[in-house]
Design a protein around this ligand. Structure first.
Ligand SMILES: Cc1cc2nc3c(=O)[nH]c(=O)nc-3n(C[C@H](O)[C@H](O)[C@H](O)COP(=O)(O)OP(=O)(O)OC[C@H]3O[C@@H](n4cnc5c(N)ncnc54)[C@H](O)[C@@H]3O)c2cc1C
Ligand code: FES
Length: 277
């Protein structure tokens, strides 16, 4: 579990000036694709020799085991090295690790995704799974909504995906903290988009972004009647092993890497996660 396996870069999509999505396939020593199965919300430990290893969420739909996507923001040594890589280059992958979103509970329910910046990455596979389920089952009365906030218009990620979701009937509401002359949409924090997002009872709200955004969003959702069991979020902690051994991601009596990274608000309250108030 500590030895990375090899993945080859099949495609690279530039999301914005700092973020790229890498489509990867796991390969054996002969270069043949081998299946890689995962749940939406799980993460891998991604590595480059001499540049380090870091946890990265899987951002694609868990439908086709021949590939998976990682959406990576340039932050430090490892992610800067990866940003310079090209199609055909190889990366080290351990995992998938952690518990993903409970897709069986979410399919067929109203879904509200609230994301900030690259926080949409771990939620994207859930929306795509629910959208595909809605189409296959021909369910017309399910509401799928995205409320997405970015710092500026040029920080928006997944533009092509969001456009496609809109064409497929997802209600997509975007806002930026700081508009520029090119921006025709809403301006302000993502919590400003939640005013008419009251709970339908059995629907789920999935939240991911910086801690301050998660905290403010959860407070709003609670005020609009969402139950703690139906608010899910995914936590980021410093991680080393990814498998519950090193203790780096320790939180109360919980290891975020193995018990999470996806938690319901009820679970976080039991764990008394201070940053979520
Ligand atoms: C479960 C999980 C999923 C993640 N998914 C993604 C993803 O999909 N895409 C993505 O781009 N990044 C993701 N990250 C964050 C990513 O792992 C870090 O940014 C990582 O440190 C980058 O490695 P680096 O060597 O390039 O930068 P480093 O040199 O390690 O770090 C750069 C800066 O980020 C800070 N930092 C590192 N890790 C964290 C952390 N966990 N929380 C807060 N600050 C941190 C460091 O202190 C430093 O200031 C995820 C993290 C976790 C725990
Ligand atoms: S990262 Fe080592 S215990 Fe979680």
């Amino acid at each position: 579990m500590y030895t990375p396996k090899s993945a080859v870069i099949k495609e690279i999509i530039s999301e914005n000036h700092l973020v790229k999505t890498f489509r990867l396939s796991m390969v054996d020593s002969q270069g043949q694709t081998i299946p890689f199965r995962f749940e939406a919300g799980q993460f891998v430990m991604l590595s480059v020799p001499h540049r380090g290893e870091a946890p990265i969420s899987i951002s694609s739909i868990p439908a086709n085991p021949s590939f998976f996507d990682l959406t990576i923001r340039k932050a430090g040594l490892l992610t800067s090295a990866i940003q310079e890589m090209a199609v055909g280059d190889h990366l080290g992958v351990r995992g998938p690790f952690g518990h993903g979103f409970p897709l069986d509970d979410l399919l067929g329910k109203d879904l509200l995704l609230v994301a900030g910046g690259i926080g949409l990455a771990p939620l994207k596979g859930v929306m795509e799974s629910c959208l595909s389920w809605k189409k296959v089952k021909k369910l017309t009365d399910i509401s799928l909504t995205l409320c997405y906030g970015s710092r500026t218009p040029e920080d928006i990620c997944f533009r092509a995906t969001i456009e496609k979701w809109q064409q497929d009937g997802v209600s997509c509401r975007l806002t930026v903290d700081e508009a520029d002359p090119s921006w025709q949409g809403e301006e302000g924090l993502v919590t400003g988009l939640l005013a008419d997002q009251s709970s339908s009872g059995d629907g789920y709200a999935l939240v991911c972004g910086p801690p301050v955004m998660i905290r403010a969003t959860i407070a709003r959702l609670q005020a609009f009647g969402w139950s703690d069991e139906h608010i899910l979020t995914t936590l980021e902690r410093h991680m080393k092993c990814g498998v519950g051994v090193c203790g780096h991601c320790h939180l109360d009596n919980t290891m975020v890497c193995t018990d999470g990274p996806v938690f319901t608000l009820s679970q976080l309250q039991e764990m008394k996660v201070a940053e979520l108030g």
